[in-house]
Design a protein around this ligand. Structure first.
Ligand code: ADP
Ligand code: TYD
Length: 213
């Protein structure tokens, strides 16, 4: 008999789309339904992930190609590390929910380099584990900006806005490109958080073979 494997759910969206909120709400719902699950995120809090955070906050300067490669390495460690790697958990039958996975690289890193290159750099991860379903929380970049900005200068807001517009477009380009191999569900994120959570629960319950333990 085949070993039962856990389900792997990836949340994606531009910054401020409400991913972390929805990951938390789905986790609570799963626990209420007595479904054994583990939530996680990228960048991770591993040494590679903390290097990424230091680069993103400007404490360490490097080239965008290096950041892209670090995301690849962080993701592989996220999948494969012995302590709490995703693959290990999935093989134990645990449902894993991640806040960002390789579509984040496809969308964000492809602003600075060809998307094909980013997809190919992440091939090891996509070969090891594809999400059972990717949930893309879609909100207009202006709404995201409203949610995430406090005490920021006009120039910063302008740069942030144009970056988020580009990233959102890249997400849709990546979904189109990988339409044949990836299951992606677009969720309208510009609504009340509970309404979104209820929709997500419908998708997760209906399209993912959840097993209770
Ligand atoms: P992300 O993880 O995608 O960056 P968060 O879940 O951290 O997004 O949400 C960003 C901000 O927006 C937080 O202040 C959060 O409380 C708020 N927020 C999340 N979901 C909603 C929603 N549906 N409506 C209004 N505000 C929201
Ligand atoms: P984080 O502070 O976790 O933001 P959020 O709450 O919006 O997820 O930082 C994640 C940032 O890293 C976010 O701006 C997206 C970016 N990122 C990439 O550029 N590539 C990637 O592969 C990943 C996983 C994240």
């Amino acid at each position: 008999m085949d070993t039962i494997k856990g389900t792997f759910i990836a949340f994606e969206g531009i910054d401020g789309s409400g991913k972390s909120t929805q990951v938390r709400m789905l986790d609570e719902r799963m626990k209420k339904e007595k479904i054994y699950c583990h939530t996680t995120m990228e960048p991770t809090d591993s040494p590679i992930g903390s290097l990424i955070h230091q680069i993103m906050t400007g404490r360490i300067k490097t080239d965008n190609k290096v950041i892209s490669a670090l995301f690849v390495a962080d993701r592989l460690d996220h999948l494969l590390n012995d302590v709490d790697g995703i693959v290990h958990k999935i093989n134990e039958g645990i449902t894993v929910i991640t806040d960002r996975y390789y579509f984040s690289s496809y969308a964000y890193q492809s602003v600075d380099m060809p998307m094909e290159q980013v997809i190919s750099a992440n091939k090891q991860s996509s070969d090891i584990l594809r999400p059972t379903v990717t949930l893309f929380i879609d909100i207009p970049p202006d709404v995201a900006i409203e949610r995430i900005t406090k005490n920021r200068s006009h120039q910063e807001l302008f740069e942030e806005r144009s970056r988020l517009i580009q990233v959102r477009e890249r997400y849709f380009e990546a979904f189109d490109r990988l339409n044949d191999t990836e299951k992606v569900i677009i969720i309208d994120g510009d609504r009340d958080a509970q309404e979104i959570a209820d929709d997500i629960w419908e998708v997760v319950r209906d399209s993912v073979p959840l097993r209770q333990v």
